[in-house]
Design a binder for this molecule. Structure first.
Ligand SMILES: Cc1cc2nc3c(=O)[nH]c(=O)nc-3n(C[C@H](O)[C@H](O)[C@H](O)COP(=O)(O)OP(=O)(O)OC[C@H]3O[C@@H](n4cnc5c(N)ncnc54)[C@H](O)[C@@H]3O)c2cc1C
Length: 359
C-alpha cells in the first residue's frame, strides 16, 4: 500500500502535522519513535502559540495542572543589574511553563484520535523508487507519495535535497537540579550573561530546576562536565541554587542549539517543518511556536493540494528566518561588557555586518 502522506518525527512539529492532516480528512502514517523516558529541554511556550493551539483544537490541554502560567523572568544581560521582564510587558501575554513530556503526549494522543496512524519507529533509511518514498524502519518498509520531515535538526529528508545554513556554533550543556528543601521555590526564570556565553535557569512545573549553559561548541572550556561547579560561579543563579538547596543529580547533557535553516524548505515530494526547516537560538523561546505554525501551514497547503500555498509556506519560512536573524543580532548587541571574549565578539561582528551564514 502506498500512503498519500507520511510524517516523520515525534516532536511537536510531527504531532501537530499528523493532527492537522488527519483533521483535513487524510490518514497520515506517522513514523515517530517513543522517547518518553528522555528529559527534553525547552519548557517556555510563548503565548503566541495559543492561537495556533486553538486552530488545532488543542488549547484545552494547557489547562492541565501539570503546566503553569509563567512566573517572572529576570535577566542580567548588558549589565549586572537584574531586570524583570514582567509577563504584563510581553505584548503577546504570559508564556506557559510546560511539562514538555505531558504536552507532547497529549498532542500525540489527539493526533491518533483524529486518525493518524502512528508507528513507534525511527526511519533508518529512505529512498525514492518509482516516484514514491520507501521509508525503511528496520522492521518494515513504508511507502508514501509525500513526506513531512519533522525530524528536528537532523532533517533526514530535507538535508538530502536542500543546503542547511548555519549562523553560529551555539551549543548547550544542561542538567536538571533538585532540592530536598521543603520551602516552595520562588517560581522564576533567570538569564545571566557571562564572559564565555550565557546561563538560563528555570523552575519546572514539578519544582525541579533546569540549568542551561550556552556557549560556542568550539570555544575552550565548553567541553567541561563541571556544569554544577561553574553554575556556582555565577552571581544570580548561584544565589538562587544556594537559597533553595538545589544540586545537580546527574551528568550534564550536551545539545546543539545553533541557528540553522534549510532553504528552500520544500522540494519534490517533501516539506520540512519545525526545527527541520529552521532552528532558532533558545534565547528566542519561539522554537515550539514555530513548530506549531509550520506544521499547520504546511499541512493546510497539502490538504488543499495547493502548490502556491506550499510555495508561500517556503517563502514565509525564509522571510521568518531573516526577521529572526535581525532580532537575534539586536539582542546580542545589547551585551557589551566583554570586548575580548570571542563568544561576544563573534556576535557583535555579526550585528555590525549582518549575519554570516555558511551552508
Ligand atoms: C536547550 C533547549 C532549550 C529550548 N528552549 C525552548 C523554549 O524555552 N521555548 C521554545 O519554544 N523552544 C525551545 N527550544 C526549541 C524547541 O525545543 C524546538 O524548537 C522544538 O522542539 C522543535 O520541535 P520539532 O518537532 O521540530 O523537533 P524535535 O523536538 O527535535 O523533534 C524531532 C523528532 O524527530 C525524531 N527523529 C529524529 N530522527 C528521526 C528518524 N530518523 N526517524 C523518525 N524520527 C526521527 C526525534 O526523535 C524527535 O522526536 C529549546 C531547544 C533546546 C535544545
Amino acid at each position: 500500500m502506498i500512503h498519500a502522506v507520511a510524517v516523520l518525527g515525534g516532536g511537536i512539529a510531527g504531532a501537530a502535522a499528523a493532527l492537522r492532516l488527519a483533521q483535513g480528512g487524510l490518514r497520515p502514517v506517522w513514523i515517530a519513535a517513543d522517547r518518553r523516558d528522555t528529559f527534553k529541554p525547552g519548557e517556555h511556550l510563548s503565548a503566541a502559540a495559543i492561537p495556533l493551539l486553538k486552530t488545532l483544537g488543542s488549547d484545552a490541554m494547557l489547562r492541565s495542572e501539570v503546566h503553569r502560567h509563567a512566573h517572572s523572568t529576570y535577566s542580567a544581560w548588558g549589565s549586572e543589574t537584574l531586570i524583570q521582564r514582567n509577563a504584563i510587558s510581553q505584548i503577546e501575554g504570559a508564556p506557559i511553563v510546560l511539562d514538555r513530556g505531558a504536552f507532547e503526549d497529549a498532542l500525540s494522543a489527539q493526533a491518533i484520535a483524529a486518525g493518524a496512524e502512528k508507528m513507534e519507529r525511527d526511519v533508518v533509511d529512505l529512498r525514492i523508487t518509482d516516484g514514491h518514498w520507501r521509508l525503511d524502519t528496520g522492521e518494515t518498509c513504508i511507502e508514501a507519495n509525500f513526506v513531512f520531515d519533522a525530524t528536528g535538526r537532523k532533517a533526514i529528508v530535507a538535508s538530502k535535497f536542500s543546503p542547511r545554513f548555519q549562523a553560529d556554533k551555539l551549543s548547550c550543556q544542561y542538567a536538571v537540579f533538585s532540592s530536598s528543601d521543603r520551602e516552595e521555590p520562588r517560581p522564576v526564570t533567570l538569564i545571566e550573561a557571562e564572559e564565555r556565553g550565557w546561563w538560563y535557569m528555570s523552575v519546572l512545573a514539578d519544582r525541579r530546576v533546569v540549568v542551561n549553559f550556552y556557549s560556542d561548541a568550539d570555544l575552550p572550556g565548553f567541553d567541561s562536565t563541571e556544569l554544577d561547579a561553574n553554575a556556582r560561579r555565577t552571581k544570580v543563579i548561584s544565589a538562587y541554587l544556594s537559597d533553595y538547596g538545589y544540586g545537580s543529580s546527574g551528568h550534564p547533557t550536551r545539545i546543539t542549539t545553533n541557528s540553522s535553516w534549510i532553504a528552500p524548505a520544500i522540494g519534490a515530494g517533501w516539506v520540512a517543518i519545525g526545527d527541520a526547516s529552521a532552528a532558532f537560538d533558545p534565547l528566542s523561546s519561539h522554537g515550539m511556536t514555530t513548530a506549531l505554525w509550520s506544521a499547520i501551514q504546511a499541512a493546510d497547503a497539502f490538504v488543499a493540494q495547493d502548490r502556491q500555498k506550499m510555495q508561500a509556506y517556503a517563502e514565509n519560512v525564509a522571510s521568518g528566518v531573516q526577521d529572526y536573524l535581525t532580532a537575534r543580532c539586536h539582542v546580542y548587541s545589547c551585551e557589551k561588557r566583554w570586548a575580548n571574549s570571542l563568544f561576544w565578539a563573534r556576535r557583535h561582528s555579526n550585528s555590525a555586518k549582518g549575519p554570516e551564514a555558511s551552508a
